[in-house]
Design a protein around this ligand. Sequence first.
Ligand code: ADE
Ligand code: ZN
Length: 343
Amino acid sequence: MKSIADKLIDQLPKAELHLHIEGTLEPEMMLTLAKRNNINLPYKSVEDVRTAYEFNCLQDFLDLYYLGMSVLVTEQDFYDLTWAYIERVHADGLTHVEMFFDPQAHTDRGIKFETVLGGIVSALETAQKELNISSKLIMCFLRHLPEEEAFEALSCACKHKEHIYGVGLDSSEAGNPPEKFTRVFTAAREEGFVAVAHVGEEGTAGNVKEALDTLKIERVDHGNHAFDDPDLVKRLAQQQTPLTMCPISNLRLKGIPTLSASPVKKALDAGVLVAVNSDDPSYFRGYLNDNYRAVHDALNLNENELITLAKNSFAGSFLEDREKQKQLDTIDNCVESIKRQTG
Ligand code: ADE
Ligand code: ZN
């Protein structure tokens, strides 16, 4: 029989706030699209792809991530990719997603910005209509590229403000501090986009502070190394700045030696608004609920902590207050119903 914790993980409504749509590309779809678009890959079979997914650090993963997404060419490809993710996480109880996409990784290959955006948006509209899953899109700047190229992406995004809610910063953190993108983040905020950034994944607590103070981010993606600086942890808790943590991703990229070293429990204990997410679920072999299960088991989280994580996923979202409250009420009702079933 399933435990209450298992039922909570399976059934609670949840939001995912840290998810790269390109990181959901499953090996089967990668090979199908490679064939459909005549793209040469160094893999012959699904097993070849899976065998390649052994990473020693963030850069190892990024190299294969950019290679894999080379099969995405048409608007239909981006639609199929996004719809496959939505169907998969619908089964996990997901009701809201704030999804990253990396347009520069596609426009650099000659794919039009509108091709990428069109396919993703169209699948997200179907998700809202057919499955009542709401969403917001966050366009990430690739931090290994120059700031001038980020400005080009921003100018494309400005033509599609109705579909793009925020800007983020991802790719290689080492050697690419937040400060490199001060001007483009200032311009993006002036254009009305909210700002978030990957910081403290491999980089230091100093990067987290710099992103808060200079880029004026409203949410921290990862933020693991914030826990090296007790004053920063106090600040994050006091300001209730959300942290979008990704425990299985951290394990696969060797940011932590074991799941028991995940800072999720430390964050909960410190009163930080932490949410659990999958990051790139195909590459790291774990979707949203796998991440909840992983922290539950490794960190001995109790039922209340699981409920807090699900609530934080909405509290830390960019949903309007009324919508947040609706989702939080649904969680309370779901908890009551699970407790009644279990006696
Ligand atoms: N792009 C996709 N996943 C990422 C991660 N975990 N860190 C930085 N850039 C990424
Ligand atoms: Zn990420």
